[in-house]
Ligand binder design. Structure first.
Ligand SMILES: Nc1ncnc2c1ncn2[C@@H]1O[C@H](COP(=O)(O)OP(=O)(O)OP(=O)(O)O)[C@@H](O)[C@H]1O
Length: 340
């Protein structure tokens, strides 16, 4: 469905010396600097896959999505989406794709939502019966009925985002790009949006590429993730595999009597560490790898050394796994050996 081969994108940024002198000088003599935002990315996505495209701020996610949608042309390399080269054939490509770009709207600001959908129906030439069926499903799953008569500008962020999603899926596109679809929303709306995306994938086999900083979105929606860092892919594989590969970190929080800064019992040295205490927390957190020592041994040693009154075992969170991968920049051999 989506084939991306060795794409690169460079931006030319005008450089200016500081101050008034710099401003005047730049009128006559302009200096440019090249920003390599995407540095040779490859991936293939099968029809119906739901892929999380993640990375730290400035990693190159939006630039990639803009190239996939045809808004930007790669500096080199090639892209094909459903056998179309998006940046050479933007209109044809637009019929096959839907997109939600975080804060931007594709709905018409001053007219009721229902009329925006009618316009989109004409633009995308959606048959009447299909439109009615689709609207019925969307209205139910996203609870849109009370919003249809309201102009977009009067909607709250969460209401607007529900309407945006419906607009992106309205013409039953084969591929939908979602750039931060849950940013700034409360938990209840996030849950609704995630359910809707999964339901669309189930009903229509829509391929979804999701960019988000919310790891819960990824866990709920995607089975595969592509992680990019400074313009290069550093991981492409299943979420399960990354959890198995990196999810051996464990943390146990202990509550104990009258201990302010406990020391690690000697038997745990080199195998576990005490984490810096969080502000106002009376708990002592011990981190270790299940490859080095079992949780039972850690608990037993801590209980021998201290008067433990309670404990909780934290699950390895995808957030911390991803942070760890960003942090270590994940060496290439490891990436290829484990994932490809
Ligand atoms: N139009 C532009 N001109 C110059 N540089 C740009 C432009 N757009 C993006 N960049 C730079 O390219 C790099 C990648 O940006 P991009 O927006 O693709 O990152 P991102 O992963 O989407 O980040 P975020 O999570 O913050 O949205 C950044 O260093 C950014 O400053």
């Amino acid at each position: 469905m989506i084939h991306v081969h060795n794409i690169k994108k460079e931006y030319k940024i005008a450089k200016r010396d500081p101050g008034l002198r710099g401003a005047v000088k730049s009128l006559f003599y302009r200096k440019f600097e090249t920003k390599h935002a995407v540095k040779g990315i490859d991936f293939h996505i099968e029809p119906g896959e739901m892929v999380g495209y993640i990375g730290a701020n400035g990693a190159g996610k939006s630039t990639t999505i803009k190239m996939l949608t045809g808004i930007l042309t790669p500096s080199s390399g090639s892209i094909s989406v459903n056998s179309i080269v998006p940046y050479e054939n933007r209109q044809k490509n637009a019929k096959n794709i839907g997109a939600v770009f975080g804060q931007r709207t594709q709905l018409f600001w001053d007219i009721p939502v229902r009329e925006s959908y009618d316009l989109l129906k004409h633009i995308y030439e959606v048959p009447e019966q299909q439109f009615n069926e689709t609207m019925k499903t969307f209205t139910e799953v996203l609870n849109l009925e009370p919003l249809l008569a309201i102009p977009v500008r009067q909607l709250s962020l969460g209401q607007k985002m529900r309407c945006e999603l419906a607009a992106a899926f309205l013409h039953r596109p084969k591929v939908v790009y979602l750039d931060e679809p849950t940013i700034g929303l409360d938990v209840a709306v996030k849950i609704k949006i995630r359910e809707f995306i999964k339901e669309m994938n189930r009903l229509y086999g829509t391929t979804v590429i999701l960019t988000t900083h919310d790891m819960q979105d990824i866990e709920e929606i995607c089975s595969r993730i592509i992680i990019i860092d400074e313009g290069s892919v550093i991981y492409d594989g299943s979420l399960q595999a990354i959890k198995e590969q990196f999810g051996h970190k464990r943390i146990i929080h202990f509550e104990m009597d009258n201990i302010t800064s406990p020391l690690l019992p000697p038997a745990l040295e080199g195998k576990a560490e005490i984490l810096p205490a969080e502000e106002e927390s009376e708990k002592v957190s011990v981190s270790f790898s299940s490859r080095d020592i079992s949780g039972a041994e850690v608990i037993s040693e801590m209980m021998k050394a201290y008067n433990v009154t309670d404990l909780t075992i934290a699950d390895p969170k995808i957030e911390s796994i991803v942070e760890e991968i960003y942090g270590r920049g994940m060496v290439q051999e490891e990436k290829h050996a484990e994932i490809h």
